[in-house]
Design a protein around this ligand. Structure first.
Ligand code: ADP
Length: 487
């Protein structure tokens, strides 16, 4: 017995369906065969009856006809011919045996009623299966008799039994083949599924290097490769998380070491005000770095849990980019990088000014971080169409390989973890842009540079709008020089 499960279901369903179909076909086949056999006997007899009727209608004779003559003329081989009165009393029979009996089977009244009576059943006395066919015969328009042929159907029934046996054997053979086939089919599904279940159980226990081996077809093949892909992704994201933890620990340790070192030095005392000021400013700078790091992680977790709330207003894009340049000017200056702004006037977008600033700070900070000394970073803004503003941050720095380009927006991904950072910047920027109903695209070529394009919904400014940086910004002299006019 097959144990419970899909295999048994498949085998049982197949067998049941084929069994029912075979049963139907065989029953119909046997009914047709039986009808054919019986009808051919019936046709043989009715032809004879019709001939007798025709004969006594067309031939004329004066003297009464002897019934023995009738029996002789119209008897059929292996068939008893009886002559009955219209009431069914037997007058004579071709067997010569004429018991004083009355025939009460249904064929006689049918014949008297004007048709051809037919009856199949067991012959009283002999208990033999017979067919009786009767018809009323009027001899030369005078006397009417019932002419009744009785023939045994035992031989036909024996033939039918043999045919039934053969067709049942064929049916059983077909069922056996179907059972074997369905068992094979069920195995071809169940075995891979069992294998996949076993491997997934290993994965569930944390063994993510387990893989489903075997070349499975169709949906099962897809399932196997999806699970293998899932395991690879888990391994990859675990690796990314491990890298993140090690890089974040490194990122946290560096400022903490510096803070601790300077605070201990200052506690030990005896330093002049200049040195104390230097120490305090380093502690303050490193604390800011730590706060920035922690905020990035918090933002990410808020975005991840859909808890980020935007305070939407109308933001002037040119002013926003000016503020970004202002913020990163000092950092760019250290690498002699020029930050160039090329923005159309009067572009306004709907959004949260602080969050949009965070996005472009991150993109420009990346551009500065990954640009060569003395290069140029271009920040530009224009109306892409009637509805969208296109804001581009373009550098000519180290660029990103095509392989890595697909993954830079993944959280925690960094091409080189020694660069500092968390690998969260682009993931956060992307999600913030999407929260604003915009899109962010990154194009890059290794060694040539990177271009990040952000599309945001345009907005009409209104008098009470919050337009970032609309009050005049305290731009450093150098930065003014590097504005539009300088490009
Ligand atoms: P991070 O905090 O590490 O900068 P990001 O998500 O902002 O994280 O960036 C992920 C990675 O993408 C970076 O580590 C860097 O390898 C690559 N990347 C991002 N921007 C640039 C760029 N402008 N030029 C070259 N590589 C970049």
């Amino acid at each position: 017995m097959i144990k419970k499960g899909m295999r048994r279901q498949i085998v049982l369903h197949y067998i049941l369906v084929v069994f029912l179909a075979l049963l139907l076909v065989e029953v119909i086949f046997l009914i047709v065969i039986r009808t054919y056999y019986y009808d051919s006997i019936y046709t043989r007899i009715t032809t004879q009856l019709n001939q007798a009727e025709y004969f006594y209608r067309v031939t004329s004779r004066d003297s009464p006809i002897s019934l023995q003559e009738l029996l002789r003329s119209f008897e059929l081989k292996d068939t008893e011919l009886q002559v009955l009165t219209l009431k069914g009393d037997m007058i004579t029979s071709s067997t010569g045996f004429q018991p004083d009996r009355t025939i009460t089977t249904s064929d006689v009244p049918e014949a008297v009623g004007g048709g051809i009576g037919r009856w199949v059943g067991r012959q009283p006395g002999t208990n033999e299966n017979v067919m009786a066919v009767s018809k009323v015969l009027q001899i030369h328009g005078r006397d009417s008799y019932v002419l009744r042929y009785v023939t045994s159907v035992e031989g036909v029934n024996a033939d039918l039994f043999n045919v039934t046996l053969i067709s049942v054997s064929v049916g059983i053979a077909v069922l056996a083949v179907v059972a074997a086939f369905s068992f094979g089919l069920a195995n071809s599904i169940i075995k891979p599924l069992n294998n996949i279940t076993a491997v997934s159980a290993q994965m569930a226990k944390g063994k993510f290097n387990a893989r489903i081996k075997g070349d499975y077809l169709y949906e099962i093949g897809e399932l196997a490769s999806t699970l293998n892909y899932l395991a690879e992704e888990i391994v990859r994201s675990n690796q990314i998380k491990d890298d993140f933890i090690s890089s974040i620990s490194h990122e946290l340790r560096t400022p903490l070491t510096s803070i601790k070192g300077w605070s201990e030095t200052l506690i030990s005392g005896g330093y002049d005000p200049e040195e104390t000021k230097l120490g305090m400013s380093i502690i303050s700078k490193e604390s800011d770095r730590l706060i920035g790091l922690v905020e990035e992680i918090l933002d990410f977790s808020k975005l991840h849990q859909n808890e980020m709330k935007l305070s939407i207003g109308i933001v002037g894009v040119k002013e926003l980019l000016q503020e970004i340049i202002l913020n990163l000017w000092a950092k760019a200056e250290k690498k002699s990088i020029r930050l160039v702004l090329e923005a159309e006037e009067g572009i306004y977008v709907r959004g949260d000014a602080n969050r949009l600033k965070q996005v472009f700070l991150n993109l420009t900070d990346n551009a500065v971080k990954f640009s060569h000394e003395g290069s140029v970073i271009m920040l530009s803004a224009r109306r892409a169409d009637e509805e969208k503003a296109e804001i581009v941050v373009q550098d000519s720095g180290i660029g990103i390989s095509q392989d890595h380009l697909n993954r830079v927006k993944d959280r925690f991904f960094q091409v080189d973890s020694l660069n500092g950072g968390t690998g969260l910047g682009l993931a956060i920027s992307q999600q913030l842009v999407e929260l604003h109903g915009g899109t962010m695209e990154i194009e890059s070529e290794l060694g040539k540079g990177t271009r990040v394009t952000v599309y945001l919904q345009l907005a009409e400014p209104s008098p009470e709008v919050e337009t970032m940086g609309q009050e005049s910004l305290p731009m450093p002299e150098e930065n003014h020089d590097r504005e539009e006019g300088n490009t």
